[in-house]
Write a protein that binds this ligand. Sequence first.
Ligand code: ADP
Ligand code: MG
Length: 618
Amino acid sequence: MADIIQLLPDHVANQIAAGEVVQRPASVVKELLENAIDAHATEIKLIIKDAGKTLVQVIDNGQGMSVTDARLSFERHATSKIKNAEDLFQLNTKGFRGEALASIAAIAHVELKTKTEIDELGTAIEIEGSKVKSQEVSVTPKGTSVAVKNLFFNIPARRNFLKSDTVELRHITDEFHRVALAHPDLSFVFYHNGGELFNLPVENYRQRIVHVFGAKTNEKLVPVNESTEVLKISGFVGKPEFSKKTRSEQFFFVNNRFIKSPYLNHAVSAAYDGLLKEGYHPSYFLNLSVDPKTIDINIHPTKTEIKFDDEHTLYAILRSAIKHSLGQFNIAPVLDFEHQEQFNTPYSYKDKMAKTPSIGVDRAYNPFKDQSNHKTSVKQNISYTKKHNESWESLYVGLDSGGISSEKPFRELSFESDTKTPSIFDNEARIDAQKPTFQLHNKYIISTIKSGMLVIDQNRAHQRILYETFLKHITVKEATSQQLLFPIVLDFTPSELEIINQLKEDLEHTGFVFKAIEENSATISGVPIGVPESEVSIILEQLISDIENEVPDTNFSAVDLLAKSLAKSLAIKNGQSLNSSEQEHVVNSLFACKEPNLSPTNKLTFITWSVEEIEKKF
Ligand code: ADP
Ligand code: MG
């Protein structure tokens, strides 16, 4: 048989390598920023257009490149950072694989301009899909500018795979945060579509964190400092009461390189043992310095995972250092999350002073009284929405305004039981309205149906109910809003505000009223009826993180996501005890939904157990 193996041409090899190194515009941002830092730049400018799809450009004032180096930098395995394999274990630079520029140039239009200190004139090179289009002498300041345009121009499949601008910009911002936090001693500016998102001067670490995440962060931070033979730790952890529902403020840097480490993350969580509410995550910004010999960075092309020689020791040191800091700042004893976790007060203002309700509520009004009416008049779409809305409102309003004494838990609110049997619900599964419902483990509602038994997940079911309500509000644009007596000002980072701006209109249709959206904050003067003031920031935070983490498919819809997120935030939680009227209300509203059997995230809301199945068990 004839020989069939051949070496791949360079441009093909580069494209393949690019698949590993460059997943999205944010990967380019990371590589270019790291190159600027490796070149000892002190001022770095990041310029982005259309979330990086049109342009990613990094300009630095670093050491620049000579004419030959400029050309060589685009070759694969061309690096000035290591000379032999041993150097891999003495790394003081971010890069070393020599494949970033080659990979990027294989899948984009790249323009490089660079000049060293000693050269009079600089060099300009243009490359498209690994082909050098031009190289000429250029008048340019000391340092390097790399502009990457039309990413994935020659790989349409990859280009189509890119997510919405919101999502891609979020990834870019994440990379920027990681680099900016690792280097408070350098100044950074970040522009998107001509607008300045960040302008960070040289500053100390605390100032840098506050600059990136907003002024409110300052009071959250507890310093951590520990120095042992194998490990030095410096940085900050967040006070437990400021823990977040998302992991967006968790940063480990090992020798100034951002890394992900579930194992070390566990060590931090262990230090907070007993201090956090379930589902909440601590913030941390921790710099670990270790001897480069004791780590291996070369286990992943994007270098965000590393291997430590002695993970166990690091775990123990980290955990005890954080415990010590939390203890020293007297944080542990004052907290009483046990109490906060009680489910009878999730929407109340338990710890607040009594205040005048901001809206008038007819306390005699029983929200559930005419539910059966609206369900029989399905054609009257508008009135349906409204009624539903009001019922939902009254579920919580009494609690907020103190109209019902705060001692009186959620479950004691009285509901008039509904005895309707929604026609959309097929015969087989019809609920036996005469029979009582039970709650199991404060998590499931058990009801009987003709053929056997129904087990409903209360949280998922309520999510479905709220989700459909919100969707209706947004599309019918008919939600009523509850005016706040005093507008609330919430701090957001510029990138979070981008998201809010994009969703503003839809949010307004759910009942939010934005009085102003400024550089670092949003002023909210109205909220959807039923949303307690105290929950607003959590709801919006959750929403932003949902949008950021969404991996939207082609029919990505912000409206849908918004409704899902609000439903998730406001739904009855597992562990919450419900009285029988509330249970019935959930059951009945669920089966009045268009799609009762699935939660908004496509999980089963209930299961049925037929009598035969039960009989088989005996
Ligand atoms: P690596 O960073 O792994 O060495 P790259 O492909 O990212 O590989 O870069 C190749 C080489 O180009 C680097 O080793 C460096 O010598 C040079 N280079 C890249 N970017 C810059 C820059 N901004 N300033 C100076 N030199 C640079
Ligand atoms: Mg590099």
